[in-house]
Design a protein around this ligand. Structure first.
Ligand code: ADP
Ligand code: MG
Length: 212
């Protein structure tokens, strides 16, 4: 397993937009360059779904950081995890939450999945699949298969998502020269959950790389 920050630096090396962030030890001072509002995320080698154990706090100021970290340590302890440090990130502008995932099947390569986050994926299972390497046209076709595509296009007064930025992000992951093709064989699964797509950006705010 890669840490979230390691996964994000890999994404970033392939041109995939990720939030500015820094890993710090508990009690360590936050370097100056991050802009508020901040997001604080638990680092703990035993924790997979951070929010389930109170391991994510959004809308945090620098002044709050110490208290938020102390509470996070207590909350993780209640769930049997140890807080090893925190990843402090800039909060990205609100948008649509999209899930992008990929699973490696031995001998077959990568199956890529895209879906609209939250209730649409969990309840309606509104997802589309494709096999890497994917062309931009194939990525767009996958997105168009989603019943929730209307939501991305700003239905009912919602934010109109930057769909081209989302296509670019998926292409940098699953295109012919994308990250998937460059990963070592022992990486078997990737989850970008969520990618936040606003009217100007598509940003991977969470990254999980599973080593088999
Ligand atoms: P988990 O391990 O629980 O999946 P995430 O890193 O996905 O943790 O964070 C949980 C939620 O917090 C995300 O679904 C997103 O809504 C929000 N979030 C996380 N990071 C950011 C960020 N940098 N900017 C804005 N929202 C964020
Ligand atoms: Mg997540």
């Amino acid at each position: 397993m890669f840490t979230e920050a390691e996964g994000k630096s890999l994404l970033s090396a392939f041109g995939i937009d990720t939030p500015q962030g820094v890993e710090i030890a508990v009690g360590q001072e936050l370097p100056g360059r991050l802009r508020e509002p901040l997001v604080v995320k638990a680092i703990s080698s035993t924790l997979v779904h951070k929010s389930d154990a109170g391991g994510v706090r959004v809308g945090v100021t620098r002044a709050d950081l110490e208290e938020v970290t102390a509470r996070m340590r207590e909350s993780l302890a209640d769930f049997g995890h140890t807080l090893e440090g925190v990843l402090v990130e800039e909060m990205v502008p609100a948008g649509h939450e999209i899930i992008v995932g990929a699973v490696r099947a031995p001998g077959l390569g990568w199956t890529v999945m895209v879906g609209l986050g939250g209730v649409l994926v969990e309840v309606f299972e509104d997802v589309a699949f494709g096999l890497a390497p994917l062309s931009n046209g194939q990525i767009l076709d996958m997105l168009q298969e989603l019943r929730g595509m209307k939501v991305l296009n700003g239905a009912r007064g919602g934010v109109k998502a930057d769909v081209p930025a989302l296509v670019t992000l998926i292409s940098r992951l699953a295109g012919p020269d994308g990250l998937l093709a460059a990963l070592p064989d022992d990486v078997v699964e990737i989850d970008l959950n969520p990618v936040i797509v606003s009217d100007t950006r598509a940003v991977a705010v969470d990254a999980r790389f599973v080593v088999g």
